[in-house]
Design a protein around this ligand. Structure first.
Ligand code: ZN
Length: 523
């Protein structure tokens, strides 16, 4: 038995008359019993027809109801056009003459909700060889479906469901929802019993298009011009969101002036595009050492041409992407070193977002294997503490970055010959504040500003008449090279001023990056 009331009869009649498929009829009757949508449509149609023809014989009851209803409802009923008496044969005739495609869901709920689509989805999932234990089904519908839904709703909304209330648009079951109710179990079956949830990190999506009715939305652009804006990346301004917004704004009268109500019957059914599978990103983190003075952190390209054969990022990403079978990545780190600067000590914290990983779940041992593979692949870098982290935890790396300290060791050249005693006074300098103008070498990508930076401590180690090693503990973000050579007076004070001779930096190593994230992983 369908959970429909006597009052729904006129509504069902109107919907069938407009060519709606039985599942759309259930939707507009606000039936939320999921199992009913899974029943064979022919069976549903038969029952719906029986239900309304049953009404034919009980018109007495209907008029009785009317006389009992309150004045408001009476008035409304008076104003409404007299209900057409539904004759199944007549409807049958109409349906045969006209297209059998539902003018509201454009066939999504009838022609497409079947085991054939379920196996197409299952095949796509298998072909990509994902490692997953549950999935969420998503469906993308053509934007004009909203216009058609709106038109159908206007067509029936005055049919009184409950006493003196009209059918609310938000009470109508969404096409998407009904689609999922029907398809979820079919897809689960096609994949051998995989759980299909309303939430999962693994999403399998299907997109429907219906070129025949693409123009349905066009009148909205003139009726509600402020809802539609040209966007760079989208091929059409008629996005689903813009259309919904416009339909929200437009008055019923204006809509009815421009669009048929009920919607016209299409001659063809929606077609489904390729199935899209997508797993949410996985995040990993670790620390790296860089032992080379000719290795950039990220690929170094000038006018699209590569300057160095590899990069820290690529050396790490290679084995990671291969194991997680991800299709892309975003690399970030706690600060970065220049191509000619080494990063020693405990290394620099880094994190990576792995996009669309096909094998998202790895255990500790597997992470260790990746780390080993990276470390075996090159002697230019070394990775430690490699682990899977949460998206939220990644924020900890950037947290308070400016307040962190970093330690450096630099080889400094002096123009004037020096004695050991000439540099020993540097050991006593503590908490020296620098005023650093944006260095000339980064001015093309960073705004011009004067930034105060703190050198917490220094110590000098005499090498020879023109060289000494300088150890520095500084606030993160201090430009060390500029502090040594002065950057044409753009960093003040600088080493030239302190030693009263021209100085330059020959080598620089990062000795430590004091960020206590990610957590240490025992070897
Ligand atoms: Zn339909």
């Amino acid at each position: 038995m369908l959970p429909l009331k006597e009052k729904d009869k006129a509504l069902v009649q109107k919907l069938l008359w407009s060519g709606c498929c039985p599942r759309c009829v259930l939707r507009f009757c606000c039936v939320s019993v999921q199992s009913l949508y899974k029943r064979p449509p022919q069976e549903l149609l038969k029952e719906l027809k029986e239900f309304i023809s049953d009404g034919d014989s009980s018109t007495g009851e209907t008029s009785e109801n009317k006389s009992q209803s309150d004045a408001g409802a009476e008035q409304e009923a008076d104003e409404a056009p007299p209900p057409k008496r539904f004759k199944p044969e007549e409807a049958e005739l109409t349906r045969e003459e006209e297209s059998p495609v539902c003018p509201v869901c454009l066939g999504v709920l009838l022609e497409h909700c079947d085991p054939t689509l379920a196996s197409k989805l299952a095949e796509a999932v298998r072909a990509e060889n994902y490692d997953f234990d549950s999935l969420v089904l998503s469906v993308s519908l053509p934007a004009q479906l909203c216009v058609r839904e709106h038109s159908c709703w206007l067509h029936v909304k005055t049919e009184v469901r409950e006493k003196s209330s009209v059918l609310g648009k938000e009470d109508v079951i969404q096409v998407k929802e009904a689609f999922k109710w029907i398809m979820q179990s079919l897809v689960s079956k096609a994949l051998g019993g995989v759980a299909v949830f309303s939430k999962s990190a693994f999403e399998v999506g299907v997109e429907f298009v219906h070129p025949e009715t693409d123009k349905d939305c066009h009148f909205l652009a003139t009726a509600c011009p402020d809802c539609f804006h040209a966007t760079k990346n989208k091929e059409s301004v008629f996005t689903r969101m813009a259309v919904v917004k416009a339909l929200d704004k437009i008055s019923d009268a204006k809509f009815l002036k421009h669009y048929p109500c009920p919607p016209a019957r299409p001659s063809s059914c929606c077609v489904s595009r390729d199935v899209q599978c997508q797993h949410t990103s996985v995040f990993i983190a670790g620390r790296y050492n860089k032992f080379s003075r000719s290795l950039p952190q990220t690929p170094w390209l000038i006018n699209g041409e590569r300057r160095m054969e590899s990069s820290v990022e690529e050396l790490i990403a290679g084995p990671v992407l291969e194991t997680f079978r991800a299709t892309g990545f975003n690399f970030s780190s706690s600060g970065r070193e220049d191509v000619d600067v080494r990063t020693l000590g405990n290394g620099r914290p880094f994190a990576m977002e792995l996009i669309n990983p096909h094998k998202p779940r790895l255990n500790r041992d597997q992470m260790k294997t990746i780390q080993q593979t990276i470390n075996d692949s090159s002697d230019k870098i070394r990775v430690r503490d490699l682990q899977i982290v949460s998206r939220e935890a990644m924020g900890r790396m950037k947290e308070g970055e400016e307040d962190k300290t970093k330690s450096y060791r630099a080889l400094v050249w002096t123009q004037k010959p020096i004695e050991k005693d000439d540099v020993s006074f540097l050991d006593d300098i503590k908490e020296l504040t620098l005023e650093q103008k944006t260095p000339l070498r980064v001015l093309h990508r960073r705004a011009l500003a004067v930034r105060p930076r703190m050198i917490h401590s220094m110590s000098a180690e005499y090498k020879d008449q023109h060289h000494f090693y300088l150890e520095l503990k500084t606030q993160a973000g201090t430009y060390i090279k500029e502090f040594v050579h002065g950057d044409f007076g753009r960093t003040k004070p600088n080493m030239c001023e302190l030693l009263q001779t021209e100085t330059d930096i020959l080598e620089l190593d990062v000795e430590s990056v004091d960020v206590d994230w990610p957590p240490h992983v025992p070897e």
